[in-house]
Design a protein around this ligand. Structure first.
Ligand code: IVH
Length: 681
């Protein structure tokens, strides 16, 4: 390709990908298949590497991050970012309306009601249609420049479309949707990191990260709700806001024009009831005077405009007795205090437990066993205790003393500087830690030995057959056959009887044997080294190529690896400095697990990453072995029978009716050989 053609192609790819991002992230109507999208992005990255001078300012490659910001620059807002006056009372909201009408006698007033999104406010400045600056609110006058991080949010346009004003500022809220938050927090816990208390904290923490590549991995999104500028097309808030959609902005549809307070209250009522169905947390409704002229006449106080007010919902809150505080020990030894409550109805569910997070939170609340406590459901998946009803504190109650020894194994707990949680350091023999580590090892994203799921690890541990992950590979027919155990009912789970017959045993042994082919990067992740999640494991495996080299790496060498920070490096050094870990690694190596990147073990692509695929029937281009190899080489897992964990059924000629029926029943997509070839390119 000559230079001219390359420049043209770069422009073309930039436009197609940006348009697709807009359709996908703003309109939720994707046009390109994931596959075509990936291919185009890969082509663009390559072309931009060769001809960096032709990279467009709105190149979607900026979205993957990579820029590091050591210290955020500060920038003065062109228009100060005021906050809103708040109220929880309907009367005060009615007073607001009275005040507005008094200041604008005999005028018609139109209000715009919007939702009050619970995230972090952001100001975006566009010059000639290109995103110039993204600045946090800061103190309202000066904020932090977080442009690199905000560029990773796919729904924020890098370049505007249509007939936009040359200079434009638009404000909105950056947030993490609830579904993304739950998944993200789960991954953090799995990687031994402290979970975020709520989506708002996670969003604000993400925005202030130095490494934008890490920000790109967080499920951030952005809603816009306020347009500012000199040459706006309309003379009112509502029309300009809707017009901003045409420029490519993600302006949510949860807004309405209201002629009077009855309509305002109706909007509030509807959303107070409907907020559970929203994809994100809201904490109220914002009421704004629509006309700019009226806004100007109303003016502002030092802190907030007189033309708008926020009505905050009262969080659903109940009072119940805290019967007992118990402590859970996680896979990494982290202790989580749990409040066991007198069961109570809250927001449609029965609440029996609430997390108390850590010792500091207990201290701050001064919550004690026997107290009547207020419980709220917020963005958190688990409800939280927000306060104690001191008036009902039982006589003779005494301050809670946080545990000093592990409730499971009796080892004195430690708390490291800068860490919120206490830890049980007894990794070697603290039962929930051992079981947790083994469960992590066999989990789907790690060694994926699903024949050992559903209580089997617990049983094998209780029978004394496994004490660490290496012991799994010593299991054999003789010590498994005939094992029996009743698993007691706990929580919502019913009592269950496990008994190991021929089929179970043979599946377990087969699963273990199969797992020996799991590629090195997954084995490394499976070991459960603190802070070594999937991404870090992949980075380490690709950098060091084999376990021996990784084990010899010094702290200074590790921190030089892309994305490996001091905390991770320290954790790796600590892991390999322990004799028992070395012994486990050596035993696993002897058993034949992959401890180096081999051609066949290192996927050629990650197009099928995490996908479980059943191929069945006669295929044109592959033998049975070949299809299996191809799936694995692209990061997928080839499985033989259809279950609810299957992602695709690849149907060849004369495929068995049972497999087809099962896939249909479970709603599993059935793909043709051609479609499969399309997926892997
Ligand atoms: S308008 C001058 N609209 O609430 C008016 N704010 O205290 C500027 N917020 O910092 C704000 N949803 O982060 C507006 N639909 C919405 C909002 C909203 C959430 C936040 C915003 C602001 C705070 C006001």
């Amino acid at each position: 390709m000559n230079k001219e053609k390359a420049q043209q192609r770069i422009k073309e790819l930039t436009d197609i990908i940006n348009e697709n991002n807009y359709k996908y992230y703003v309109l939720s109507q994707p046009v390109l298949s994931d596959y075509d999208f990936d291919m185009m992005l890969a082509e663009l990255i390559k072309l931009e590497q060769k001809y960096p001078e032709f990279a467009e300012p709105d190149s979607p490659t900026k979205r993957v991050g990579g820029e590091i910001t050591k210290d955020f620059q500060q920038r003065t807002h062109k228009y100060p970012m005021l906050s809103l006056s708040n109220t929880y009372s309907e009367q005060e909201l009615a007073d607001f309306d009275t005040r507005v009408r008094k200041l604008l006698p005999d005028e018609e007033i139109e209000y715009v009601c919007e939702l009050k999104y619970d995230g972090v406010s952001i100001s975006l400045t566009y010059a000639d249609g290109l995103l110039d600056y993204a600045v946090t609110r800061g103190d309202g006058v000066v904020g932090d420049v977080v442009t690199n991080n905000v560029k990773t949010i796919r729904s924020v346009p890098l370049k505007l479309k249509g007939d936009y004003p040359a200079n434009l500022e638009i404000r909105g809220e950056i947030f993490i949707p609830l579904a993304g938050f739950a998944k993200f927090n789960k991954e953090r816990i799995e990687n031994g990191e402290d979970p975020f208390a709520n989506p708002r904290n996670a969003a604000s923490g993400s925005l202030k990260m130095q490494d934008s590549a890490e920000v790109a991995r967080r499920p951030l999104d952005c809603y816009l709700y306020y347009v500012l500028g000199e040459n706006l097309p309309f003379d009112n808030h509502y029309d300009n806001l809707l017009e901003a959609r045409k420029w490519g902005f993600n302006v949510p549809g949860y807004l309405a024009k209201c002629k009077n307070m009855e309509e305002v209250f109706e909007f509030i009522r509807d959303w107070d009831n409907g907020r559970d169905k929203l994809p994100l947390e809201i904490d109220g409704v914002v009421v704004k005077v629509n006309s700019y002229r009226q806004q100007e006449e109303l003016g502002e106080t030092a802190k907030s405009p007189r033309w708008a007010i926020a009505y905050k919902f009262k969080a659903e809150r109940v009072l119940t007795r805290l019967n007992k505080i118990t402590y859970q020990v996680g896979r990494t030894g982290a202790i989580t205090p749990v409040a066991n409550l007198e069961p109570v109805q809250l927001a449609g569910t029965t609440v029996k437990r609430a997390s108390l997070h850590n010792a500091d939170i207990i201290e701050a609340l001064d919550v004690r066993e026997g107290d009547m406590v207020y419980v709220e459901k917020g963005g958190e998946i688990i409800p939280k205790i927000v306060g104690v009803e001191l008036g009902q504190r039982p006589a003779g109650s005494h301050k809670l003393k946080y545990i000093e020894i592990c409730p499971e194994c009796g080892t004195p707990l430690v708390r490291e500087e800068g860490e919120a949680s206490h830890y049980c350091p007894n990794e070697e023999s603290c039962p929930p830690q051992i079981k947790g580590k083994i469960e992590h090892f066999i989990s789907r994203k790690a060694m994926n030995i699903d024949s050992l799921g559903e209580g089997k690890v617990e049983m094998l541990f209780d029978k004394g057959l496994i004490r660490n992950v290496a012991d799994l590979y010593d299991l054999n027919y003789e010590n498994l056959i005939g094992l029996e155990k009743t698993i007691e009912a706990s929580g919502d789970k019913k009592e269950k009887r496990l008994s190991f017959k021929e089929k179970t045993v043979s599946n377990i042994l087969k699963g273990l044997e199969e797992s020996k082919k799991t590629p090195f990067e997954k084995v490394l992740f499976a070991l459960g080294i603190r802070y070594v999640g999937q991404t870090v494991a992949k980075k380490l495996a690709r950098h060091y190529r084999d376990m021996d080299t990784l084990m010899k790496a010094t702290f200074e060498e590790l921190v030089l690896v892309d994305e490996i920070g001091e905390k991770i490096a320290e954790s790796i050094i600590r892991f390999f400095s322990e004799e028992k870990n070395i012994e486990i690694v050596n035993r696993l190596k002897e058993k034949g697990l992959q401890f180096e990147m081999t051609e066949s073990a290192s996927p050629k692509s990650s197009k099928l990453e995490g996908l479980s695929i059943v191929a069945s029937g006669k295929l044109q281009n592959f033998t049975r072995d070949e299809i299996k190899k191809t799936i694995e080489e692209n990061g997928g897992k080839a499985v033989s029978s259809v279950s609810k964990k299957t992602d695709y059924l690849l149907a060849g000629e004369n495929i068995g009716p049972n497999k087809l029926a099962k896939a249909r029943e479970l709603n599993i997509p059935i793909i043709s050989e051609e479609e499969f070839l399309g997926m892997i390119g």
